[in-house]
Ligand binder design. Sequence first.
Ligand SMILES: [Zn+2]
Length: 168
Amino acid sequence: MAKKNPEEKSPKEKKPQYISIQFDAPRKYRWSTGKYMGRTYQEAKENKKLVANRCVKCKEVLWPPLEVCGRCKVEAGEDWVELPQTGTVMQYTYLVYPLWDPHYGEKFANPYPNAMILLDDGVYIRHFLEETDQKKLKVGMRVQAVWREDQERGEGTADVKYFRTIDA
Ligand SMILES: [Zn+2]
């Protein structure tokens, strides 16, 4: 009779066992968006607009809206401007790992290119791209915001579903 190696595990022991736990965690709480982000949420939800405030001193557009201009150290105030909804992709990441979106509790689409977009007034915004064909993704491509349906909005900048490629 062959002696069993004490280090060797039987085939049954090598088989991994997985535990599956399913839970639903609805968000039953409310939180304040604050004075400035509240305006951004409201304009996105009600009017499909991206808005930002400007510093009263240096006139820099603050995105996302801020209470204090970091450069001038003064209260930014209520000088609101509407941001353009078109821009240019300056950088993108082609993500293929099926991560969970903590905002919606669902998996992100896979793949889901995420880009740094320079809006036409010089403000940068990070957002998703509709285009998922890696061969068609290019730095410099022109894009435009596509909004979620009326009943789906109320999540701030996530009210923009993604940015769609447009001709230059
Ligand atoms: Zn300033």
